[in-house]
Unconditional design. Sequence first.
Length: 292
Amino acid sequence: MDVWNQTGFLGTGAPLLSDLNLLAYILILVPLMLVGFYFARRKMFEPYHKFTMTTITLVNWGLILFIMAVRYGSTVAQEMPGGITKIADLLPTIHLITGGLAQIVATYLVIRMWFEDVLPEWMKVKRIKRYMRFTLAMWITTAVLGIVTYFIWYVIPESPLTGVNPPAATPEVTPDFTPEVVPNGTAEVAPITPPDAAPTMNADAATINAIVEATVNAMLTMEAPPVTPSAATPEVQPAATPEVGAFTTDGLQVAQTIELAPDPEPDPEPEDRDDDNSGSGSGNSGSGSSGG
């Protein structure tokens, strides 16, 4: 695992080791420096001041060699041939000078504390308190410069004064959606696995165009939903004709059908009547004659 390319947890975009280095100074080393100064003022040299000074010096060497020197060599040192023209490069350089000077003096003081009885007299400086106070001042100055450098590199946005590009935010990859046409004619959204590479502006535009085109095609090829047949019309049954003489539900008797008699034949024509009358007259005459 490349720890230098792994993003830290402070939300500034700084590498993980830079975040750990910052917290180590703020939460551990600077408080220990002040505690060591308190022990020296109280003349609590053995063993409190001695162990505190030794712990600070050893931890500081570890952070310098494995974190700060590596980071400085991969960033600021690469621009050294062109000169230091930006604050983002100047502050780490000053931080390197003060920190290195403080570590050299602190290492000498720790060696003297542990091997004072065996060191030759020419290696023992006089007025050791001045060197201790100088070391404390350089340590505090170096810690402040380190915190300011962290903020310039990872917190403050780019400006002509700092010349530092702000850390690029990691783009959040969201799954794209394209419509999928199903047999019943409705459009269903189906997720597509996002690409491994980070999306770019061109990729986003192409994805949007593909989604729009697929949506339009889906709408054009969409089939009309099947028509549900209407409910069947109930068949009307003819009402039964009641029999003659039967009673209805209202209690009324159905009237009987009256058969009409045929029309009488018309009277005979007048000529026939005259013939009949003449016949009758003849008869009558005959009767009278016979009677006479």
